[in-house]
Design a binder for this molecule. Structure first.
Ligand SMILES: *Cc1c(COP(=O)(O)O)cnc(C)c1O
Length: 462
């Protein structure tokens, strides 16, 4: 399997290379040159498999020659063996039509673990072959940071610098990052928003002063390997609820568009999907883009779902490329226009190509109502991100016989204040996160200017 850049000018790479490269050298994102296709028989034959085996079968065509089938199975068994639930991503029924797919049973209580536990192992595997090392630079609105740090803490050949927007992540989220004391982990709180942090990370990849000295790696969903790992649970849910004979809809709490893009990949691979519902909070650039083709960024409004407080969604570029004729040079031009004006119109081909998607937006009140509804009617506690997904799932116009699966992206105990405000109940942290509030924190605070952050990384990277 070869991977090509969405901006048409970077060299095509194999899976191992793409995993270590992260962002393409032309600032585009890597996507498979073509989509593998699974027949209905091949999908049906995966029914009832343990999650780790299902994962290996879904990932196999994307991994190509970079891992033997045996090695791939060892890695998926190790990655998903760390989850606190045997089913890894269990389904919970809410009512006749609605289901929740719990993706938060990993070590840091967010769905990011599903991909990052695997990515950490892939880094280790591919670096050990060439005796190389990797300096990971990442931006987090809360959950990527902790999941990535958990996945790479203590590895010999990987060092991680994680930027988070100061004061805009929850206490639990911050402590999950800053209390990990490993020599290869560096936390940085910056003055600014997640979008500012993400823009800095992209600049570092393009900064030749940095890249001449360090090989920079990505843990954000710009890294293809993350999306690949997320495709698996769309198959898992479908197989539980009657797929491939029956179509499902998925509602996905969306920020950087990585999770829902994995749903698009599953559909391209042949999984029958009725609709992908993009759920946003009041930071609703994607809702506007999908509703009327207007992709224009405003400023970020902080909400009770901080992992979705994003205006510029990196992975939307992958969708525009895939549905818009796969013309990298034309897309590079379109994205340059967006970078200059923070606004663009989707082309006709792009607008027609997003027909599988629909969207809905939830404000704070909608979010609280959804948390309350799930608690009162189904005895389920949802975190605010998942609640936004449920709001969108119930607002979307889906035929009554089509099951709608909302992806539960975080454990409610990651956002205890919001949950308590909505329901009067305070979720407790699962024992597996340990004495989070007793441990000492370690992080530096830096102003939100690119040069300061770059110099800090250059000075502290070994
Ligand atoms: C990261 C995250 C999201 C957004 O996922 P994307 O792949 O960036 O769209 C939603 N909810 C939670 C809890 C998250 O951590």
């Amino acid at each position: 399997m070869k991977y090509v850049s969405t901006r048409g000018e970077a060299p095509s790479l194999d899976f191992a290379e793409v995993t270590l490269a992260g962002l393409a050298s032309d600032c585009g994102l890597y996507v498979p040159e073509s989509w593998p296709h699974f027949s209905a028989e091949r999908i049906a034959a995966m029914r009832g498999l343990p999650y780790a085996e299902l994962a290996a079968r879904v990932m196999e065509p994307f991994v190509g020659d970079s891992l033997t089938p045996e090695r791939l199975r060892e890695l998926t068994a190790k990655a998903y063996g760390r989850f606190a639930h045997k089913a890894v991503t269990p389904l919970v029924q809410l009512d006749e039509q609605h289901w929740v797919l719990e993706l938060f049973h990993g070590p840091t209580l967010a769905f990011k673990d599903v991909a990052l536990q695997m990515l950490g192992l892939l880094f280790e595997e591919f670096l050990s072959r060439e005796e190389g090392s990797l300096t990971v630079v990442g931006a987090t609105s809360g959950d990527t940071g902790s999941a990535a740090i958990d996945a790479v803490a203590g590895l010999d050949n990987v060092e991680i610098f994680m930027l988070h927007p100061k004061g805009r992540v929850s206490d639990v989220q911050r402590r999950q990052m800053t209390t990990v004391r490993a020599p290869n982990v560096h936390n940085i709180a910056i003055d600014g928003s997640f979008d500012d942090a993400q823009a800095m990370v992209k600049r570092i990849f393009a900064d030749t002063d940095v890249t001449a000295k360090h090989r920079i790696g990505a843990v954000n969903s710009i890294n293809w390997a993350r999306l690949m790992a997320q495709v698996v649970y769309y198959f898992a849910a479908s197989l539980q609820l009657g797929g491939p004979e029956r179509k499902l809809a998925f509602s996905v709490p969306t920020g950087n568009f990585g999770d829902v893009f994995a749903g698009h990949v599953a559909a391209r691979m042949g999984l029958p999907i009725e609709k992908l519902i993009v759920a946003t909070n009041v930071n609703d650039i994607l809702h506007r883009a999908l509703a009327d083709g207007d992709y224009s960024a405003g400023s970020v409004t902080p909400t009770s779902a901080p992992s979705m407080d994003i205006q510029v969604s990196s992975n939307f570029e992958r969708l525009l490329f895939d549905v818009g004729g796969r013309d990298g040079l034309a897309l590079a031009e379109q994205m340059r226009g967006f970078d200059a004006s923070q606004a663009m119109r989707l082309t006709n081909a792009q607008t027609e190509g997003v027909a599988l998607f629909t969207s809905a937006r939830a404000d704070e009140d909608d979010t609280l109502q959804a948390m309350r509804w799930a608690c009162e009617n189904c005895g389920e506690m949802l975190d605010p991100h998942t609640a936004i997904g449920l709001h969108a799932a119930r607002a979307a116009d889906i035929a009554p016989l089509v099951p709608v699966v909302t992806l539960a992206t975080a454990h409610p105990a990651k956002f205890p204040d919001a949950v308590e405000r909505a329901t009067g109940l305070r979720p407790s942290l699962p024992a597996r996160v340990g004495d989070l509030f007793a441990r000492e924190e370690s992080f530096v605070e830096l102003p939100g200017t690119y040069e300061t952050v770059r110099d800090h990384i250059m000075e502290h990277a070994s």
